[in-house]
Design a protein around this ligand. Structure first.
Ligand SMILES: O=C(O)c1ccccc1NCC(=O)[C@H](O)[C@H](O)COP(=O)(O)O
Length: 281
């Protein structure tokens, strides 16, 4: 059994418990009464080609590192992220390994106006309805955890509910599956789901397999601004950061620093790409 299988077994048990508490019909009624989803795709594209956007994560603990930060007030942390210029906020709602909850999502929703990602291991359409009912604008679909039929069905439902999905990949084959699906946002997570180790060079080695068009998100492994710059200089438009922000004494300033270093690196990346195009002509 891999770590991912183990996490998903727990997610499935917790899902069944919630399904016994709240029926799908009830969730659908709640969805009908919440505000429409925010436009996460535009938020992640940012105001200019040269910007690098940050998805700032509310992450208390993780399977790889154990406890990271207590985060007694997720709403206050999210408020700092928004003030620092984050384009979206990721809230881990998995309880057993990440110590998150849907209550965290509710708290953050009431504190910020930027798009919210419900970061969880989506394994059933119920979780997509649930995400929307709790105010999420974005969900995560992990290609390694789903077959093509599930991916297609879940992405279609996500879009039907006005949300977007980050379709998360780790290998060229998973990128091909995400691209064939017509994913509008493709995440490349540099965390190996078998060993849980991060290797940031994995992002640049996968770049040549990424299609043109979708927003590209580099996920995991950021310790400081230099890592955001490295992802941006390989082509990332968005970087998702958890641990480095929840451990930072000034998360607002840290988000600003990450954006600045990303923008400088992306400007260089775009200039190089333009020069290469001109030489090719
Ligand atoms: O963080 C983990 O240990 C982990 C283990 C297994 C599956 C997923 C895991 N993390 C989820 C994430 O993708 C990260 O929370 C996110 O990309 C931020 O990563 P980081 O900045 O390295 O905290």
């Amino acid at each position: 059994m891999t770590v991912l299988d183990d996490i998903i077994a727990g997610v499935r048990e917790d899902l069944h418990a919630r399904q016994r508490e709240v029926s799908l019909e009830e969730l659908k009624e709640r969805v009908a009464s919440v505000s429409p989803a925010r436009d996460a795709l535009s938020a992640l594209r940012g105001p200019a080609a040269s910007t690098v956007e940050i998805i700032a994560e509310v992450k208390r603990a993780s399977p790889s590192k154990g406890d990271l930060s207590d985060i007694p007030e997720p709403a206050a942390l999210a408020h700092e992220y928004e003030a620092g210029g984050a384009a979206a906020i990721s809230v881990l709602t998995e309880g057993r390994r990440f110590k998150g909850s849907l209550a965290d999502l509710d708290a953050v929703r009431s504190a910020v106006s930027i798009p919210l990602l419900r970061k969880d291991f989506t394994i059933d359409p119920y979780m997509i309805w649930e995400a929307r009912a709790h105010g999420a604008d974005l969900i995560l679909l992990i290609v390694a955890a789903l077959d093509d039929e599930q991916l297609r069905e879940y992405l279609e439902l996500t879009h039907r509910l006005g949300m977007n999905a980050i379709v998360e990949t780790h290998t060229p084959e998973e990128i091909r599956r995400a691209a064939d699906l017509g994913a509008k946002i493709i995440g490349v997570n540099v965390r190996n789901l078998k060993t849980l180790e991060t290797d940031n060079t994995h992002f640049s080695s996968l770049v040549e397999h990424l299609p043109e068009g979708p927003v590209i998100v580099a996920e995991s492994g950021v310790a400081g601004p230099e890592d955001v710059a490295a992802y941006a200089s390989s082509g990332a438009q968005v970087v998702l950061v958890g641990e480095a922000l929840v451990r930072n004494r000034d998360p607002r300033e840290a988000v600003g620093d990450f954006k600045n270093s990303g923008r400088k690196a992306r400007t260089g990346y775009l200039e190089t790409a333009q020069n290469e195009d001109e030489h090719a002509e």
